[in-house]
Write a protein of this length. Structure first.
Length: 287
């Protein structure tokens, strides 16, 4: 007589009966696949480009120059007493990582429908690989920020100053927070777009609008009191302010604001994983 004993097998695939049956152990067991996807994303994206990884530097440099000219010189928006280039580059560096995690995760089901329909592996591996691979780009842009900080330290600008503060110890935590928030929002969007594909066209546009609702091109202290509370509702605002305070010594940093971002990010991540977990069962039939 055959006995059904799961302990005789390395992997047992069962139908899920609960939204919360996420199986994080399977994700850990497939960690080698995660890093393979990270390597694939990095190599394939720049394989046929002339400048290759130099694009990691070019994009933030040109964005910083445009922001400095338009918002710093023409609009004369305050940079909280820091050099305009440093002010914008810190915001751009943080925002780029968050937005990349969000936008690339938001198309996971659409971009990988062929793979998902052919072979089994924990589907959460794919969005996690996106978050990890984006760390490479973030790291390169962080090096650019540090080089620019060294330059302005050696050649200071009149009436502008900056300094690294004790909040720099929060840096790894801030990176993790940006990753979790971008991942959570991306999981929710990619699950919804399997049924409502129109949302795909709104994601890039919506992320750009959200940037102007975050303190990327202006400090929180520059905002009128009546609008300030709405900007602070954006969970990325405390993260960017703390990020800027850590590296430049300017920004409105408080434990309360960071706690708010942590709570919102975890709630969004929780719902994102649950919705993603539910959608992955039958998305091949609808995408």
């Amino acid at each position: 007589m055959l006995q059904n004993n799961d302990s005789n097998w390395d992997l047992v695939i069962k139908g899920r009966t609960s939204l919360f049956d996420i199986k994080f152990k399977d994700v850990w067991a497939y960690r080698d696949l995660l890093f393979m996807f990270v390597k694939r994303d990095f190599v394939s994206f720049y394989k046929q480009t002339v400048l290759g990884p130099l694009w990691f530097f070019i994009q933030p440099i040109f964005t910083t120059l445009v922001f400095t000219f338009v918002f710093g010189n023409l609009a004369n928006i305050s940079s909280d007493g820091t050099p305009h280039q440093l002010f914008y580059l810190t915001g751009i560096t943080a925002w780029n990582y968050f937005s990349d995690c969000l936008t690339k995760t938001s198309t996971v089901f659409k971009d990988n429908a062929g793979i998902f329909g052919k072979v089994y592996f924990p589907r959460l591996i794919m969005p996690l690989s996106i978050v990890v691979s984006n760390l490479v780009r973030f790291g390169v842009q962080l090096v650019l920020l540090l080089l620019m900080m060294i330059y302005f330290a050696l050649f200071p600008v009149e009436k502008a100053s900056f300094h690294i503060t004790h909040a720099i110890w929060f840096f790894p935590f801030l990176v993790l927070l940006m990753a979790l928030l971008g991942l959570g929002l991306g999981l929710i969007i990619t699950a919804i777009t399997t049924k409502y594909k129109d949302l795909t066209f709104l994601v890039t546009f919506g992320v750009q609008l959200l940037m102007y609702g975050t303190t990327i091109i202006y400090p929180l202290s520059y905002i009128n009191t009546s609008y300030k509370k709405y900007i602070e509702l954006n969970p990325m605002t405390p993260i960017v302010e703390c990020f800027r305070y850590a590296f430049l010594g300017k920004g409105e940093f408080s434990v309360y604001s960071i706690t708010y971002s942590v709570v919102v990010s975890l709630i969004i991540l929780f719902f994102g994983i649950v919705i993603f977990n539910k959608t992955e069962k039958n998305f091949v039939d609808t995408i």
